[in-house]
Design a binder for this molecule. Structure first.
Ligand SMILES: Cc1ncc(COP(=O)(O)O)c(C=O)c1O
Length: 418
């Protein structure tokens, strides 16, 4: 039971402190209880906490939209708000679909999507339809629309799908550079750029889901920048508010936006609006988050920490218990190889780490590290030291006293959720 947090640390109700090794589910950026974000929220509470974006707007939403257009790749000039990564993707899928319907004629046949195997784009039914993780998604098969899945990193495969179904593909959906929930799986350099070119060649839109990779996580503000790619639709959430509040944005090109413009009675409207869309508190946190990127030179200061993380991971990669280590910027996956599911090896490592003062999470038998960008070098070394000894202890087969203590704390219905 987490009671408070500060910087890269969280504290539980018994006063135990833990390093937040996964940024409170990949979203915290500048640390917990950041003074500038806290202050922006206090000031916003004193004005208004919520008003609707349906038929109205507010200064924070407009200001944030302007800032997002500035910081994202050139060519994304329009912003649509929602509340989570899943809804940011849902919005992008619906926009892409409706865009082709509105274009009319032959274009209405462009009604399907290409995604990647092992993809994760969220838990709503549309985003699950372009997902590819059986454990999370297969149960819902009958509810989903059909998408075509390309082998990640295999350009020939995606080229083949685009060529074979040229006039049916509305968009390619992709997590750029790295597939997070798949287990931090990296794409080869140049892959994203080539996918962009293939989409152009075959007339399909490109949707980049930067819900996980956005806001510095891969070492640049957005992963797309590293391959000089501008998608037609860009999905943002998680780090958008610094990890403070639920807010998402789907950015679109002017061309897509203009296709939806018409007199009311033509009903070209994008009928999609959530109650808390563009919530003023969340927008205030997001503006303060973007300002903090500038003031603290977060991206520039991150580079030495990424190098340090690489050095520390290299030591972990040498461990006999570790099969492979994968890193993209400040996202890392430590693959423990295949263990019988009942052993829950990734989970055991997490319990060991909890007993040693770090919160980390597994994806199956891959241990994920994704600390807040604001973590300092000393804390980063400590996180990696804890991770190393936790892997060793868990893989030795006997759960240590630290692990037992953590397991006892989680006893009962909470243990599964851990
Ligand atoms: C790439 C990607 N897209 C979408 C999502 C869904 O985001 P949310 O949990 O905010 O709905 C996630 C969540 O981990 C993600 O990693």
């Amino acid at each position: 039971m987490i009671a408070s947090g500060e910087g890269a640390w969280v504290t539980d109700e018994d006063g135990n402190r833990y390093l937040d090794g996964v940024s409170s589910l990949w979203c915290n950026v500048h640390g917990h209880k950041h003074p500038a974000i806290d202050q922006a929220l206090h000031e916003q509470v004193d004005r208004i906490s919520h008003s609707t974006m349906l038929g109205l707007s507010h200064r924070g939403a407009a200001e944030l939209a302007g800032k997002l257009v500035e910081v994202t790749p050139d060519g994304l000039d329009r912003v649509f708000y929602s509340d989570s990564g899943s809804t940011a993707v849902e919005v992008a899928l619906k926009m892409a679909f409706q865009y082709w319907q509105l274009r009319g004629g032959q274009h209405v046949r462009r009604a399907s999507f290409i995604c990647l195997e092992d993809a994760y784009h969220g838990d709503t039914v549309g985003s699950v339809s372009v997902g590819g993780i059986d454990l999370f998604h297969s149960t819902y098969g009958p509810l989903l629309f059909e998408s075509r899945r390309a082998k990640p990193g295999d350009l020939d495969d995606i080229a083949r799908l685009l060529a074979t179904h040229e006039e049916e593909v509305a968009a390619v959906v992709i997590e750029p550079l790295v597939q997070g929930a798949a287990g931090i799986k990296l794409q080869p350099p140049g892959y994203l750029r080539e996918v962009r070119d293939l989409c152009d060649r075959h007339g399909a839109l490109l949707i980049c889901d930067e819900v996980a990779t956005g806001f510095g996580r891969t070492g640049s503000m957005f992963a797309c920048e590293q391959e000089e790619v501008t998608p037609d639709l860009l999905c943002l959430a998680k780090g958008l508010t610094g990890g403070y509040l639920p807010l998402a944005a789907t950015l679109a090109s002017e061309e897509i936006y203009e296709t939806f413009l018409a007199p009311h009675e033509e009903f070209k409207t994008f009928f999609h609006g959530h109650t808390y869309t563009g919530n003023p508190l969340a927008c205030a946190a997001a503006i303060a988050t973007l300002e903090t990127f500038e003031q603290e030179k977060t991206i520039a200061n991150l580079q030495p920490k990424i190098d340090l993380l690489s050095e520390l991971l290299a030591e972990i990669a040498e461990m006999p218990e570790v099969e492979e280590v994968r890193q993209c910027g400040f996202m890392a996956g430590i693959d423990l190889g295949e263990h019988p599911p009942a052993e829950r090896m990734g989970h055991q490592v997490v319990l060991e780490a909890r007993g040693r003062g770090a919160i980390i999470r597994p994806l199956g038998d891959t241990v994920v590290l994704m600390p807040p960008l604001a973590i300092n070098e000393v804390e980063l070394e400590r996180l990696l030291t804890i991770t190393r000894s936790s892997i060793r202890a868990a893989c030795r087969g006997s759960v240590s006293r630290a692990g037992q203590r953590a397991a006892a704390l989680l006893d009962g219905p909470l243990s599964e959720a851990a």
